[in-house]
Design a protein around this ligand. Structure first.
Ligand code: NAD
Length: 250
């Protein structure tokens, strides 16, 4: 279905981005991986997916410009790289705030502004932003993350309107908790911020949000991305697709 398409998936060396890259590859898309990580593991992933890799640090706008120049025009842009920091607002380190906003929000602006001209020239494009249930609802101690994800939802709606007549769609996918390193790594800080044990954080904080009582699977997010890239989704734009086990229905 996507054999003529080139897809750049940011933050695809791990977790959700890797699952999205695998799902798009399974439909025939050419994949460009991006992210941080172990060189050997990244080479193995490139081999598995027949992919190329660009290791730009997306907190640096100049590095994003160099990456987009090197990669060239893409048909599918999946803005997925993201980070979390958990802390009460009065203790939230300002440099962590800046880092979360740079990666989760500003990087999406930069990749998008640089990818759009190529998509417009072709009259076809798909922009998919991994937002979060936290683009629709808040949780305490995640001020920068929740602010960045709410902003991404607004940014996505805005570009969807701008590109509506250019054959380019822009949508958010908003997962609930997906078991990836991003979630695993926030458990110690959440334990500290809330005075809880690991088990309490898993059951009373994470899964408490999801009526299904199950973590979302990265592959389920990959399947949603494939749908959004299909011709059947040509009129789906400016939407925020929840995949959160019912979290935001409450
Ligand atoms: P992850 O930690 O497994 O993956 C994050 C990816 O981003 C990795 O490939 C990492 O190398 C890359 N990355 C980190 N910093 C980077 C930087 N400075 N420059 C370039 N790449 C960088 O996390 P994940 O859970 O797969 O998260 C992916 C996206 O999904 C994020 O935007 C996250 O906010 C969102 N999300 C995750 C969950 C969840 O429960 N895991 C829920 C909702 C939304």
């Amino acid at each position: 279905m996507l054999s003529e398409k080139r897809a750049l998936v940011t933050g695809s060396t791990s977790g959700i981005g890797l699952a999205v890259a695998r799902a798009l590859r399974a439909e025939g898309a050419e994949i460009i991986l991006n992210g941080l990580g172990d060189e050997g593991e990244i080479s193995r992933l490139c081999e598995e997916l027949g992919a190329t890799f660009n290791g730009a640090n997306l907190m640096d706008p100049a590095a994003i410009e160099a990456m987009m120049e090197e990669v060239g025009p893409v048909d599918i842009l999946v803005n997925n790289a993201g980070m979390q920091h958990v802390s009460p607002v009065e203790d939230f380190p300002p440099e962590k705030w800046d880092a979360v906003i740079a990666l989760n929000l500003s990087a999406v602006f930069h990749t998008t502004r640089l990818a759009v001209p190529g998509m417009k020239a072709k009259g076809w494009g798909r922009i998919i932003n991994t937002a979060s249930a936290h683009s629709l609802a808040a949780s305490p101690f995640k001020s920068a993350y929740v602010a960045s994800k709410h902003a991404i939802a607004g940014f996505t709606k805005t570009i969807a309107l701008e590109l509506a007549q250019d054959g380019v769609t822009a949508n958010c996918i908003s997962p609930g908790y997906v078991w990836t390193p991003l979630v695993e790594n926030q458990i110690p800080d959440t334990m500290a911020a809330r005075g809880m044990t690991r088990e309490q954080v898993m059951n009373d904080v994470l899964l408490a949000k999801q009526p299904t009582k199950k973590f979302v699977q990265p592959e389920e997010v990959g399947a949603m991305a494939v749908f959004l890239c299909s011709d059947a989704a040509g009129n789906v734009t400016g939407a925020n697709w929840s995949i959160d086990g019912g979290w935001t229905a409450e």
